[in-house]
Structures are given as structure tokens and as C-alpha cells.
Design a binder for this molecule. Sequence first.
Ligand code: ATP
Length: 221
Amino acid sequence: MSKQFAVIGLGRFGSSVAKELYDLHYEVMAIDINEERIQENVNVVTHCVQADSTDETALKALGIRNFDVVVVAIGQNIQASILTTILLKELGVETIVVKAQNQLHAKVLYKIGASKVVFPERDMGARVAHNLVTPNILDYIELSDEYSIVEIIASEKMNHKSLVELNIRARFGCNVMAIKNDHRINVAPDANDMIKTGDILVVIGHNKDLRKFEDFVMNGK
Ligand code: ATP
């Protein structure tokens, strides 16, 4: 049986997570304390329930422990987010993903047993900043404090050059994991594969090395 998800808190983030999971054909139960939010989301998830997630009896009645993953998307009310996470942990939910407001909130969430803490605004802010500085960067995923994956558009100066000619690994210490264009995605690029202007390179590396590579793509340095 495929995974079952519950999303608690249907603000912009929670409702987007819930809708996307439902569109991916997963069963999703969405919970919010606010009746209006329930009305707004009733057609985009499997079940939509009005409940206070800080109420243990309510959570039990919903059979919350039977869900594989519970996403806590209560942002502003840090107390409710922490209380909900503790209850989910106590009720035996295996995977609990929680949206945090700040580092301290995140620290508390990990201490009480959150499996993963996310910072959607911070992450999106970092992506937008990268894209502003380097318009060739389409996407940016932070893997840790030091390592990231970027999607970068190949510039004119890379046209008709192979990976071995560009010597990306040796010169910049980054690895090209995939090359995408309109027609196909090559997930195991060969050293002799030719790059064309406009191809999208998916590159993994240390942030410092990625910056050097981005500089090369943008300015030829
Ligand atoms: P976003 O940025 O995603 O729009 P936010 O970080 O501003 O959201 P809030 O608006 O504070 O977050 O909360 C998100 C949702 O969580 C709201 O719809 C709110 O009604 C719901 N919520 C808050 N407390 C509880 C609770 N105890 N039980 C269930 N839902 C709750």
C-alpha cells in the first residue's frame, strides 16, 4: 500500500504540501483548527478535518498514528507547533516533518523528536538570492551547510565542449550529475558528452567550488 500522509495546518505552505501530495495520487488527510481553511481545501485532499492538533483526544480519534508521515505546518503559533509535535511523537507517528519559524524553534523540534525540520521561507529566499546574482541558476538545493546541488544553464562559452574539455571536476571540484535539454535528460553523463548553450547542468559540490563554477559559467573566469 502506498504511503499515507497527514498535514496539520493549512496555511500557504501546508495547503501546498497537501495539494501536491494529493496530485501525486497519495492519500492525504488535512487538518486545521479553522473552519474557513477546511472549506478552502475540501476539494484538494482526500479528507479535510477540523480539529485542534494540540488536543490529544482529537488526534487519537483521527487515528493519526496510522499515517506514515505527518507534516506539521503550523508556523506562527510556535507553542501549538511544539505541542503538536510532542503529541505525535508520543502517539507513535514514525515520521514527523515540521515547519520551523527560526533556529531555536528548530532546535526544540529536533530535541522532542521531529524527523525533519524545514524552513520554507529561508530556503526559498536563498534560491531567489542565488537566481538574482546568477541568472543562469535555475534551482538551488542546500544539502548541508557546506554542500549544494545547483541547476545551471550552460552559457555560450561552453557550447560544443565536452565535460572532459571543460575539465569541470579538476578545475572546480564539482561534479555534473545530469545534463538536461528539451529532448532528454542524461543522468549519467560521459566525459565525452557534448554540451550545448542552453543545456541545463545539474551540478553537485562544495558551496565554495560551486561559486567558482558559477563564476566561470557567467563570466568565463
Ligand atoms: P504559511 O506561511 O504557510 O501561510 P504560517 O506560517 O503563517 O503559514 P499560520 O498561519 O500560523 O502559519 O498557521 C498555519 C495554519 O495552521 C493556519 O491555517 C492555522 O489555522 C493552523 N493552526 C494553528 N494552530 C492549530 C492547531 N492547534 N491545530 C490545527 N491547526 C492549527
